[in-house]
Each structure stands twice: as structure tokens, then as C-alpha cells.
Ligand binder design. Structure first.
Ligand SMILES: [Zn+2]
Length: 353
């Protein structure tokens, strides 16, 4: 694919420090040739200081294909050996303490088994809370039946046939963290208290924290087919559908969705920047009100909310008019300056901070 700088007010070459910063934020796999380079080029429309701010804030720009979730990008790191040891060494006492707290008072009661059965859900919840707050990411499962570890391992993504080493390492972590919760005999785990812990699992060749995998899998490429992109400032995450990356893209023409989504991120970061944190929200709300009253907002999207106005304005500020553009052709710097000078001036101030 040809890399294009069409519609960008400025950009940097791929060997520039700016492009390197951009690359370090991109999370994508199996993209066609040139896609990553195009996205890097688009991102360098931002001045270096803003790329650095994105980096300092741990912003990731993930690109998803229809059949991918966030878990299929390099954003999901395989667990290191030390992290696995940490899950077991720190997780085990936490789990045993939780078991003692919930099940301790029930021991010796005439209907102990029944009461434990009733309290298993509560214990599971408590263990998940502990796992979450410590970031260890193990999970607890309720089961009274003996478990075949080979079968359980396969269910959790391991392949005892083709990758026996990973499976054995997991089995030993499992045995260790569960040693107070039951007994292992001939590859079977017999839960003593109707609960067991999954220290971690395997997802498509990567070991992963069991508790966090579903949150990565929530972000599905298919969901971005209509929206083209998304922005999750609390997670410092921007997601783009792969179809919007080429320039022109079949979906969004020369409109640069990456700049719109990073515009949301810039807006968010301005709420915390020392220079703007006390005034930014008020300023943006005032501009939005003014823009709506005077019909100065240049796209439908910008009229949706103050936040969308800012994202569109950042994209407009960083792009030029492009003849023949079919998607939001009106959203470019010159038009922003002409139609809404107050917003232009404010974005100009922010971009150059
Ligand atoms: Zn938006």
C-alpha cells in the first residue's frame, strides 16, 4: 500500500523520532503491508510534544480486523516466568486467608457441607476481589467434582500434546496454588471445599491472566465496523477498525479517524494538564454552547456533544481540504478557522502547548 500524506497539515518521515513514538503506541497484528506506516504517518500530524504526552499517559492505538479482539493484538503480553511465580507465591496466602475467613466459622457445624455449598459464591467473589486489587489476575471456580487436570488444562487453552512444557508449568502452578484447597492424585484434583483456583491460562499461544482476558476480548473488531473507531480514555485506549487506516480509506476517504480518536484523548488529557486543568471543561462547554447557538459547528458529529466537537476540531485542525474527498470533506483547518474562529483559536492554543 502507498503511504500518503494527503490531507495532513504536517507529517514526519518514518525514520523520525516522532514516527518512532507513534509506532511504540500502535498495537496491531496481521495488518496488510503499509498499514502501520500509514498510521504512524497520520499520528505525526501531532507535534512531538503531544506524541510524548500520549506516550507518557500510556496511550495505545489498537487496530482491529473484523475477526480480532483486543486480546489478539500485542497489547496482551504473555506472562513472564517471574509473573507466574508471583501469582502463585502471592496468590496462595490470599486465597487461603479468604477460605479461612468465609469457611472457618462453618467448620464443625452439623450442616457444614451445606453451608459451605451456600457460601461458595461469596468466597469466589471475595477471591476475585483480592485478585483484582492485587492485579494478580487468578480466578476461582466452584466445583465439587474431581477434576482431570489434563482436561481442565485443555479447556483453558493449553495443549498437553504439542506444548507439554507449557502445560506442565501450568500444572505445577495449579498444584501449588491449590494445595490447601484439595488433593492431587494421578492427575486428578479433588476439591476439599468445593472451590479451586485457576492461576492463569493460555490464549492463542500466549499465557494470560485469567481475570483480565475477558476484558480484552470485549473489544471486538466487528463492533467497530460501523463506528470506524472508538476511544476509551479511562483505559488510555484508542481503537481503529482496520478499514479506516489507508489514505484514502474505502470507508472514510481522506478523513483521518486516528486524528479524531486521538483528539478525544487530547481533550481528556487537557482535563489533567497543569496549564488547562482548571479551565478546560468550562471552556469546551462554553464553546459548544456558542457553536450550537450560532450553527458554527461544521460536522454533524461535532454537534453530538462537546466531546465530539473537540475530537472533530482536532482532526480539522490537523488536516487540509482535499478535493474529491467524500467523507466529512468539510472538516478541515481552513473551514474550522472560517466557520468557528473561537474554537480554532482554542485548539491552536492546545495543540501548541
Ligand atoms: Zn468521536
Amino acid at each position: 500500500m502507498q503511504i500518503s500524506t494527503r490531507s495532513l497539515v504536517q507529517s514526519r518521515p518514518l525514520n523520525s523520532p516522532e514516527a518512532a513514538l507513534a509506532k511504540s503506541m500502535i498495537e496491531a497484528s496481521r495488518l496488510p503491508d503499509g498499514y502501520e506506516a500509514q498510521l504512524q504517518t497520520d499520528m505525526t500530524a501531532f507535534p512531538k510534544r503531544w506524541l510524548e504526552r500520549f506516550k507518557e499517559n500510556d496511550v495505545s492505538v489498537a487496530v482491529l480486523k473484523d475477526d480480532q479482539t483486543l486480546a489478539d493484538t500485542p497489547i496482551l503480553h504473555s506472562l513472564q516466568e517471574e509473573q507466574i511465580s508471583e501469582i502463585v507465591s502471592k496468590g496462595k496466602p490470599l486465597v487461603e486467608q479468604a477460605v479461612e475467613e468465609i469457611y472457618g466459622p462453618l467448620r464443625g457445624q452439623p450442616d457444614e457441607d451445606y453451608q459451605k455449598y451456600q457460601a461458595a459464591g461469596l468466597l469466589q467473589e471475595k477471591i476475585h476481589d483480592l485478585s483484582n486489587t492485587t492485579n494478580l489476575g487468578f480466578t476461582a471456580e466452584v466445583s465439587r467434582e474431581p477434576l482431570d487436570l489434563r482436561y481442565l488444562g485443555e479447556k483453558l487453552g493449553f495443549d498437553p500434546e504439542y506444548d507439554p512444557e507449557s502445560f506442565e508449568r501450568w500444572k505445577s502452578a495449579f498444584s501449588d496454588i491449590n494445595s490447601g484447597l484439595g488433593q492431587i492424585q494421578e492427575g486428578m484434583f479433588k476439591p476439599k471445599d468445593g472451590i479451586y483456583v485457576v492461576p492463569y491460562l493460555m490464549y492463542r499461544g500466549k499465557t494470560a491472566r485469567a481475570l483480565s482476558l475477558p476484558s480484552y476480548q470485549q473489544f471486538k473488531g466487528l463492533d467497530f465496523q460501523n463506528n470506524l473507531g472508538g476511544n476509551y480514555p479511562e483505559n488510555r485506549l484508542v481503537i481503529l477498525h482496520d478499514s479506516v487506516v489507508p489514505n484514502p480509506s474505502p470507508r472514510a476517504g481522506n478523513h483521518r479517524v486516528a486524528l479524531h480518536e486521538l483528539g478525544h484523548m487530547l481533550d481528556w488529557i487537557c482535563k489533567e494538564l497543569p496549564e488547562t486543568k482548571d479551565t478546560h471543561e468550562q471552556k469546551v462547554n462554553d464553546l459548544y454552547k456558542l457553536g450550537m447557538q450560532r450553527s458554527s459547528l461544521i460536522t454533524d458529529r461535532a454537534r453530538d456533544s462537546a466531546g465530539e466537537m473537540m475530537a472533530e476540531a482536532v482532526e480539522a485542525y490537523l488536516t487540509t481540504e482535499e478535493p474529491g474527498n467524500f467523507y466529512k470533506p468539510e472538516n478541515h483547518r481552513e473551514n474550522l478557522q472560517k466557520s468557528f474562529p473561537e474554537l480554532y483559536t482554542y485548539v491552536d492554543y492546545l495543540i501548541n502547548l
